[in-house]
Design a protein. Structure first.
Lengths: 362, 513
């Protein structure tokens, strides 16, 4: 009876996986990532245990290293929080990079023109507000086009990035240039630098506060409900009497404003100046963070820390063991791949074909 | 009988998570026979057939094709083994011609010989008296032509087994008759035909044998000549069900909606409603009949404020109060004007509900903006969800379980339950029982009648003329966006309405000026 060719396995969707089961799968794929990454180190002739050790000590071992790791995680988390409502609404805002940069420009304007003229506290406050407004404005443009004429927001937000980054290049060599010919904007006056708490710029407190805010906003507010409905179906939203255009624009304003705040924090807290690469790819990596966390704000804390550890740790790997930086990118890729793969195994079950035999009950 | 057996399914099971869609089903399909597969929603009919057509692979059990064990791994594979399925939702590419759609996905040599393809299609058409032009684009085709094309697609691949999932849902009575003639012709040619349908009178008319599924299990089979609709229903449901619709006289009908000269032009510039005029009375059910796409959707959406209106008026008169024109108002403005309008749209999950949310989240669609402050209130919707789950016997593991994962009947109960809970003065529904089983359908009919007795103006867009004639007090027939007439539900006949659906009878209706 079993002579016919039957496929080796087929997939079925799971619906009954318990929470702990899902976490077991995640843990398993994390271990798989460690093993695959280890194999890569072996292929390179490195001791994988040593390599992992240097990643851990390099990112968490000393308090200096730990502080730097957190510094990397702060903008990642902040930006992931910012784009979460857009993605929930199925509005593909991949322009966080530009919105961060726009925010940094707004903050820098106040830092360069008002430092020393007004006290530090109101200066920082006006920098933050200017950052948020500029970020929101940069997000508003594609949002209005989408809401009014249905333009493709993915391309639009992406293109907006290049415009604003080019604008900073011009500022660097033009009106805001420090030493003539340097192409560099001078460092901020200490009044315009975010104060430190536990010797890390206090952006981390702002970002954690934003995380809590976003959790409450998405889960309990009317706005959050509207965003969820619009994300599922514009027709349902209209049917329920929602103004889809208004919700789209409002959500993008919020998203852009938070991105702008992140830009302010990076310029004022971490870099203490503005340069064209202020966003440094954070706007894109944050998409990974948001998706891996399934748009859950508190999970984003864990994911952004994890990516920061890999980032910082692999830098250490490079200096200590002479592993080329491209390898550390590969290791990061392996981890991301395995984490995404775990979602596949959480959603689907592989059934190996056993004809006419009772399958192990599950 | 053994050599006559085309397909045999032996002890087939299929599980989706917690749900056992099919459990130990054994079924034989014979050549030269029309088998009707019956069962309530969620009884596993479509899943079972999808395993034959290669969409799903059975978890357990074995399928035999012409007596030999077979393994069907994809729809293409199924066709290779002579099994073709015509799905409820057509799978055609609308910018391609009939012939191009037919050969889509077929292996072949590098060069296409479209002449040969057209010749073979014409041959099939002649054999079964189809009337399809191979060069006609799909977007120019009527629903019935598209269905014919789907059938040709399967025949072109030399299928011996044809599975049709609710083929008559979108057809007029005349088109249904033609389809049945074709199926009878195929039976004569020795093909095995399986038809999934909820309409028992069609089963009586067409099928030789019925197989009944209940809750994923095979409960038995009947020869059509020895049975009747009542027996089949009882077998499907597992208990005795009353098969008649109560139609009490309208109570104190008063004018609720007065629509005059309503014209709607859609985004593509096509006139979907053309000078439509009628009144809907509180305390009666106004049925709306018509071929799918004759403007039913646009009519209901125009009243709900979801469709831009070119011209005309929609005057709403509440039980005691001032009349008001709803034209130009958004859904929110209509609601704020105090119009208690319930609307069960055709696209349940795409318009009426949020698929990813549970019952509670869906109850909130009607109440989310209630209350002061920026936070939503969940306690009332939760209570309402519990109440609807209880009263309408919604089968869901939890009121926060995503409604997308519920079966069609339960999805509709959630939607209708919510709309009725708004205590509407006008209740509109589009294809409220499409895809629903007998039991749930009758629940819905009763809910409509209950609303009518409460004095609500019920507008019921339907496709089953037998039901419209049993349920409605008056029936408005739409033809190509125009009112081709309004008839009395108690005296009109099916043939009369069928004719009005296919040609415009200008002066036949009341107030058609």
């Amino acid at each position: 009876m079993n002579k016919v060719h039957t496929p080796l396995f087929h997939l079925t969707k799971r619906t009954n996986l318990s929470r702990s089961g899902a976490w077991l799968i995640r843990l398993g794929s994390f271990l798989a990532a460690i093993i695959i990454g280890g194999l890569i180190f072996v292929l390179l002739g490195q001791n994988p245990f040593e390599a992992y050790q240097s990643i851990i000590t390099g990112s968490l071992g000393k308090s200096v290293a730990l502080r730097q790791t957190i510094k990397i995680a702060v903008p990642l988390l902040g930006t992931a929080i910012a784009i979460a409502p857009c993605f929930k609404m199925r509005f593909w805002n991949i322009g966080a990079e530009g919105q961060i940069t726009a925010g940094a420009i707004g903050a820098t304007f106040f830092a360069l023109n008002f430092a020393g003229k007004i006290p530090s506290m109101p200066l920082l406050l006006s920098m933050g507000i200017a950052g948020a407004l500029c970020g929101a404005f940069w997000a508003l443009i594609p949002a209005v086009f989408k809401a009014k004429w249905g333009t493709n927001e993915t391309l639009f937000t992406l293109m907006m990035n290049y415009i604003v980054i080019g604008f900073v290049r011009w500022l660097q060599g033009g009106p805001w240039e420090g030493k003539p010919g340097s192409q560099i904007i001078p460092n901020f006056n200490p009044d315009a630098v975010l104060p430190e708490v536990f010797r890390i710029h206090c952006g981390w407190i702002i970002v954690l506060a934003l995380t809590i805010f976003m959790y409450v906003y998405m889960k309990y507010s009317k706005h959050g409900y509207e965003i969820a409905v619009v994300g599922e179906s514009h027709n349902t939203a209209k049917y329920a009497g929602m103004n889809v255009a208004k919700i789209t624009i409002r959500t993008m304003l919020l998203s852009g404003a938070i991105c702008g705040l992140v830009g302010f924090m990076v310029a004022s807290g971490a870099n203490k100046t503005l340069y064209h690469n202020v966003a440094d790819g954070v706007g894109f990596t944050a998409i990974t963070v948001a998706w891996l966390a399934q748009l859950k704000p508190f999970v984003m804390i864990v994911i952004s820390l994890l990516l920061a550890i890999l980032d910082k740790g692999s830098g250490e790997l490079q200096t200590r063991m002479g592993v080329p930086s491209s390898i550390s990118d590969i290791i990061t890729g392996v981890f991301l791949f395995c984490m995404l793969a775990s979602e596949f195994f959480i959603n689907y079950r592989i059934i190996f074909t056993k004809s006419h035999k009772k399958e192990a009950a599950k | 009988m053994q050599d006559n057996c085309s397909i045999e399914m032996r002890n087939v099971s299929k599980t989706f998570g917690r749900i056992k869609a099919n459990q130990d089903v054994s079924l034989k399909i014979y050549k030269g026979e029309i088998l009707s597969l019956l069962g309530e929603n969620g009884s596993g009919k479509t899943t079972l057939m999808n395993m034959l057509s290669g969409i799903y692979f059975p978890d357990e059990g074995q399928i035999f094709v012409n007596g030999k064990p077979a393994s069907i791994t994809s729809p293409k594979d199924a066709l290779k083994q002579g099994i073709g399925m015509i799905h409820q939702h057509f799978k055609l590419v609308s910018v391609l011609s009939a012939a191009e759609n037919v050969i889509l996905g077929l292996d072949g040599s590098l060069m296409l010989d479209m002449k040969e393809v057209s010749r073979k299609i014409t041959e099939i058409c002649e054999r079964y008296h189809f009337n399809v032009d191979p060069d006609k684009k799909v977007y120019d085709m009527s629903v019935s032509e598209k269905q014919t094309l789907e059938i040709i697609k399967v025949l072109y691949r030399d299928a011996d087994v044809l599975i049709l999932d609710e083929p008559t849902a979108v057809l007029t009575p005349q088109e249904t008759e033609r389809l049945f003639d074709v199926l009878r012709e195929m039976r004569k040619d020795g093909k095995a035909i399986v038809i999934i349908t909820h309409k028992l009178h069609e089963v009586m008319e067409l099928a030789d044998r019925v197989a009944v599924l209940r809750k994923g299990k095979f409960v038995g089979e009947l020869m059509v000549k020895d049975t009747n609709p009542q027996e089949m229903t009882n077998m499907m449901v597992g208990r005795t069900v009353m098969l008649n619709i109560d139609r009490p006289e309208p109570v104190n009908p008063t004018e609720r909606l007065n629509i005059q000269g309503l014209t709607v032009i859609n985004e593509d510039g096509v006139k979907k409603l053309d000078n439509v005029s009628f009144t809907a009375m509180g305390g009666e059910i106004l049925g709306i009949a018509g071929i799918a796409g004759s403007g039913q959707k646009e009519l209901l959406e125009a009243v709900a404020g979801l469709q831009p209106i070119k011209s005309g008026s929609i005057i709403y008169t509440p039980e005691n109060g001032e009349s008001e024109d709803l034209v130009g108002k958004t859904p929110m403005q209509i609601k704020n004007a105090g119009v208690a309008l319930a609307f069960v749209p055709e696209d349940r999950l795409g318009m009426g509900l949020v698929g990813g949310m549970g019952m509670t989240g869906n109850m909130m669609l009607r109440s989310w903006q209630k209350g002061k402050g920026m936070f939503v209130h969940r306690s009332d919707p939760t209570a309402l969800a519990e109440e609807i789950k209880e009263k309408l016997e919604v089968m869901t593991p939890d009121i926060n379980y995503p409604v997308r994962r519920l079966s069609g009947g339960n999805v509709q109960k959630v939607l209708v339950g919510r709309e009725i809970a708004t205590a509407p003065s006008v209740m509109m529904s589009a294809y409220a029982v499409r895809g629903l089983d007998i039991n749930t359908s009758y629940t819905i009919y009763n809910l409509m009648t209950t609303q009518k007795m409460k004095g609500t103006a019920v507008i019921f867009v339907g496709e089953d003329l037998d039901v419209l004639l049993e349920l409605c007090d008056r029936i408005l027939v739409l033809y190509d966006g125009k009112v081709s007439g309004i008839v009395d539900g108690r005296t009109a006949t099916k043939e009369q309405i069928g004719l009005m659906m296919t040609r415009f009878e200008g002066e036949g209706g009341e107030k058609n000026e």
